[in-house]
Write a new protein. Sequence first.
Length: 202
Amino acid sequence: MLQIALLLLLFIQSNIAQKVVRYDLYVQDTIVNFTGKSRRAIAVNGMIPMPTLTFTEGDTAEIYVHNKMKESTSLHWHGLWLPNTEDGVPYVTQMPIEPNTTYLYRFPLIQNGTHWYHSHSGLQEQIGMYGSFIINKRLDDKKFRQGIDDLPTIPIILSEWTDYDPDNVHRMLHNATDWFAIKKDRHKVMLRQLVKVISRPN
Ligand SMILES: [Cu+2]
């Protein structure tokens, strides 16, 4: 009887703690101009990088992916412990998310920390599909450090951009071409321009 009561208590507690946190991600083609040339990129909810997804350990993530592109997509939750069916690898753990369809990823968060998520289809990650994935510690976590874990935080992502089609970069890397070594001074100039663009106050 005591065991049943204890079990019931545990069940009630874990039910109270659990919160379902929903995000809707709209994946869409876009045009960017970081270097003076217009290039195709992918924005999610109009953003590059993708929106930061924030949870607390114990929450259940409900992430609806609305594919508004003309090609299929997928999302992989980098370094997260989750049921294999939610891992986001097309043709391995799910079918690709086809154009104009919505796909739901749903999984419990059983860890805390700063992670990231990205497309697992082709080289979509290289043209914008990467974002922060934050899982806060629970306030009642024994390891919660007052004055440290409750400090306000702002996630920062460092990324890079190339005007080359990433598939082309991939191909050239396999061919061990010297193209990028020859062009590197030109790239330094582009990089300087890019730093100027992103550091410009708006
Ligand atoms: Cu990954």
